[in-house]
Design a protein around this ligand. Structure first.
Ligand SMILES: [Fe+2]
Length: 420
């Protein structure tokens, strides 16, 4: 059996390595090409989708691996004039009317057939938790987090699955929070600045910077898209009290949906205007307390009552909206959902700001408590998680000894290996 040629192996519309997965057959069914593998897995590929994913002129640019063709320039009469499986198991298509002969990597096609191209495919499964499930946040030794990439990858994977994860014993460096965040991606700036302090202040701009209790909440629901993740690095804590509280919104929402369907309906549909009441700013957004997101996600909890300003609903709905709000707050503070723990200097606690309801007990002003924080958008954290999951998958594939796997990383900016 022939192995793939160099040009066959190099042909993918992205920069990942795919294990070679020989195709068994291809057939044309109207505008779809029906691809089958020996183990019965199949893929129906629309002809113009395959055409625009041919690497080369009129398709995917070999340098950037981005689709370089305007849909207006793909003829409606585009059709596969001839299809074949090569001796090595790749797909060959002769496209008309542009008279293009294209080769497709069967491992890349297989990853589509297996759904590995989907948004959540490379992310850890979310694990909903209650207080009984977690004695403390998932915790990782953070002493080498700035020098050992695997520590950061492990922490981010736990952030994605549990919505909360802690690094312990990190350096007591005021710059650490920013350094840590930028290793993952771009920091989400806000009116608090890119890196902000949480400590009692004489003229606080937020209740966070007082010694008062903070009920379970999520930050910045005044924004169209609130920050996805929040990191808090503890530099000093000699104050009595001030325990952090965390509740998993996935579990709280599930509880409300099962046990209080009327409140759940009100919480997911009736909108409130969130308004930050700043002296020099006026951020506002209108949304439900439980925003399920378009098309099933991601869910965003909008639950910071200091900035929940006005009902944005019909008058008749306002009483039941307040009843539902009470039920939500009672559930969020219920001990069955609440994880409680103290901050220790050197701790970095990260959490999903749109999923986890975070809060804090009040604390004694006689002690000192200083945290430094940063926000990141979900996109940054999830991109980091996908890249690290792909890297582990590629390493495992290599370790398994796939004899037909491309040796070495794809070379950016090199045009050899184009499908045309
Ligand atoms: Fe907060």
């Amino acid at each position: 059996m022939l192995g793939p040629t160099h040009s066959e192996r190099a042909l993918t519309p992205d920069f990942y390595h795919y294990p070679w997965a020989r195709l068994a057959s291809v057939a044309v069914d109207g505008h779809f090409l029906v691809l089958r593998w020996p183990d019965g897995v199949s893929l129906r590929a629309f002809d113009r989708w395959l055409r625009e994913n041919a690497v080369g002129p009129g398709g995917v640019d070999p340098a950037t691996r981005e689709v370089g063709v305007d849909p207006a320039h793909i003829p409606a009469e585009t059709a596969a004039a001839a299809v074949a499986i090569t001796a090595a198991g790749a797909l060959r298509v002769s496209w008309q009317p542009d008279d293009l002969d294209a080769l497709y990597h069967p491992g890349w096609l297989r990853h589509v057939a297996e759904g590995r191209h989907m948004v959540d495919a490379w992310l850890p499964e979310p694990i909903a938790w209650r207080a009984a499930d977690l004695a403390e946040p998932p915790t990782i030794d953070g002493r080498s987090v700035l020098t050992d990439g695997t520590v950061l990858e492990e922490w981010v994977a736990a952030l994605c699955s549990h919505g909360i994860a802690r690094l312990r014993d990190t350096p007591l460096d005021p710059e650490l929070c920013g350094q840590l965040a930028t290793r993952i991606g771009a920091i989400r700036d806000s009116n608090f600045g890119p890196i902000w302090d949480v400590k009692a202040e004489l003229d606080p701009g937020s209740l966070a910077n007082t010694t008062t209790r903070l009920c379970p909440h999520t930050d910045l629901p005044t924004r169209e898209t609130p920050p996805g993740f929040q990191f808090l690095h503890c530099l000093v804590n000699t104050a009595a009290g001030g325990y952090s509280t965390m509740a998993d919104g996935l579990a709280v929402v599930d509880h409300l949906q099962r046990n209080h369907p009327d409140h759940y309906e009100a919480l997911t549909t009736l909108k409130w205007i969130f308004f930050n009441r700043g002296r020099q700013m006026d951020h506002r957004w209108s949304g439900p307390i439980i925003d399920l997101g378009a098309g099933g996600g991601p869910m965003t909890l909008r639950a910071f009552h200091p900035v929940r300003a006005f009902p944005d609903m019909a008058e008749a709905d306002v009483p039941r909206a307040y009843d539902a709000l009470r039920a939500f707050s009672e559930a969020a503070a219920d001990p069955q959902f609440q994880l409680r723990y103290p901050f220790r200097p050197g701790d970095v606690v990260g959490f999903d700001n749109r999923r986890i309801l975070h809060g804090r007990d009040g604390y004694e002003s006689s002690g000192a408590r200083h945290l430094r924080g940063a926000y990141m958008d979900r996109d940054e954290v999830l991109s980091f998680a996908r890249v690290s999951a792909r890297r582990r998958w590629e390493a495992a594939t290599a370790a398994a000894g796939d004899p037909e796997r491309t040796a070495g990383p794809p070379r950016q900016g090199v045009h050899e290996g184009a499908a045309t």
